[in-house]
Design a protein around this ligand. Structure first.
Ligand code: P5A
Length: 445
């Protein structure tokens, strides 16, 4: 993309109402614009990051064998009356009446709707196990929407629902989700720690939240510091193997790690003192096993191998896709701006032309721009008639992980400069070498 033709409405002033870095930087970098409290338009740069995160989530869900579909945002109140949650959900639910006076709502979550789909089409244990998911907007009329996309009223969630014949199978689905979430967050360059949590309005006894440690996080967390040394990495895992998934769950959840809702001082005291940590965290996902909480009242039963019908065992599993954009920035920024991990960067490489209008500089930039694109990369070329300082400031704010700086002086020696946004280290090399290096850096991404 050529910056002169892009829509990147950068703010010169730091917005005064934004309290945390990610909110400030998303506004300043022209990623989002508030439409009303807790509701945002995703401007082109923000939308690009959102799409990259979605893409990783889709790939990891499907790797685990989960099947994508798309349910609507507006739901009928009748389904929620069947499960009993229509009255329970309270003021967080946005209730709407259509022209025929029917009660509708903007979905805060989809347990009822998916259970209705399931009961209408699946009758036999032979069609199990089944996990369906979608990535769809949700609405929760939060009392205090704040911190930009971190606690929005409208937000994008990946929500998945498993249907299993037995409790044991459903617990395997739970474990499988835990494993696939570990992979998903690590692929984005984030460490998200599973912590025992409270199930709130979704229900059930088994639940873990995934937390990214950050001073600006809304949750207070207590954990054994050994947990931060754990990495899932690039392990090959058989998602159908109950033993393999259970082993990962045990590895990642056997040390003390809890949110304030389930914190137990006596248990925490058993952790050696030098390893006890209290911190804050951003909840980027949560998994639940709730058995027959929805299938029983809604009559979602299947015929088992013994010829009798019984309600299916279920769980639901959520990733805060739009919140992740904020969480990623909280974990990756400095005082100049955002530092995107390579896997989610909206543009991977910025090209800065130090002297727009200079024949050699323009030609070299054009060659790099086309060369990067032909290698399957997505560069942002600052081709505006601007001072070098302003161009560097824009690139630093927007946060492309790599920058190629091109100027007449370097070109006389046949070189351009390749700079890492994260380390600030620069290296001079020929434009061809810069192209090869960039292709190499992003080969595995
Ligand atoms: C699991 C999927 C559920 O709703 N039902 C379907 C279950 N879980 S949850 O924990 O309530 O939400 C899942 C994730 O969504 C993100 N999230 C939010 N993101 C931005 N703004 C909000 N107001 C908001 N509320 C929840 C969180 O990341 C949460 O873990």
């Amino acid at each position: 993309m050529r910056l002169s033709r892009y829509f990147l409405p950068i703010l010169k002033e730091t917005p005064s109402d934004a309290q945390i870095a990610s909110h400030r930087l998303m506004l300043r970098a022209g990623m989002i614009r508030q439409a009303s409290a807790g509701i945002y338009s995703w401007l082109p740069l923000g939308y690009k990051v959102l799409r990259r995160i979605e893409q990783i989530v889709h790939e990891e869900q499907q790797r685990a064998g989960h099947i994508p579909l798309l349910m609507p945002t507006i739901q009928s109140a009748d389904l929620w009356r069947e499960s009993g949650r229509y009255d329970d959900y309270g003021q967080e639910m946005l209730r709407i009446r259509d022209r025929h006076d029917r009660d509708m709502l903007y979905g805060p979550t989809n347990e009822e709707l998916i259970t209705d789909i399931f009961r209408s089409h699946v009758q036999s244990y032979k069609d199990l196990p089944l996990t369906l998911y979608h990535i769809q907007w949700k609405f929760r009329d939060e009392v205090r929407p704040r911190f930009g996309v971190m606690r929005g009223r409208e937000f994008l969630m990946k929500d998945g629902y498993n249907f299993d014949l037995t409790k044991e199978d459903a617990l395997h689905s739970y474990n499988r989700h835990l494993v696939s979430y570990l992979r998903t967050y690590e692929r984005m360059g984030l460490q998200a720690i599973p912590m025992r949590a409270d199930s709130g309005p979704i229900g059930g006894d088994d639940t873990h939240e995934f937390l990214v440690l950050a001073d600006t996080g809304e949750s207070e967390v207590f954990y054994d510091s050994q947990i931060t040394d754990l990495k899932f990495g690039d392990r090959a895992i058989d998602y159908d193997s109950h033993d393999a998934c259970r082993a990962v769950l045990e590895e990642f959840t056997s040390r003390y790690a809890r949110t304030d809702e389930t914190h137990d001082e006596a248990e925490f005291a058993k952790v050696p003192e030098e390893r006890r940590r209290t911190a804050r965290g951003i909840e980027v996902g949560q998994i639940f096993y709730f058995g027959t909480k929805y299938s029983e009242p809604m009559g979602a039963t299947v015929l088992g191998p013994d010829g009798t019908r019984s309600p299916v065992h279920m769980g639901s599993h959520g990733i805060g896709v739009s919140r992740l954009v904020g969480a990623l920035i909280e974990a990756n920024h400095d005082d100049k701006g955002i530092i995107w991990p390579e896997e989610v960067a909206p543009f991977q490489i910025g090209i800065v032309n130090l002297k727009q209008g200079d024949t050699d500089a323009d030609a070299a930039c054009e060659g790099l721009y086309q060369g990067l694109k032909s290698r399957g990369l997505d560069p942002l070329y600052d081709d505006r008639e601007e001072r070098a300082g302003a161009k560097f400031a824009t690139m630093d704010l927007v946060g492309c992980p790599w920058r190629i700086t091109v100027g007449p002086r370097g070109l006389k020696n046949g070189v351009v400069e390749l700079t890492s946004r994260r380390t600030g280290e620069s290296e001079e090399m020929s434009p061809e070498a810069a192209l090869d290096r960039c292709a190499q850096i992003f080969a595995g991404v």
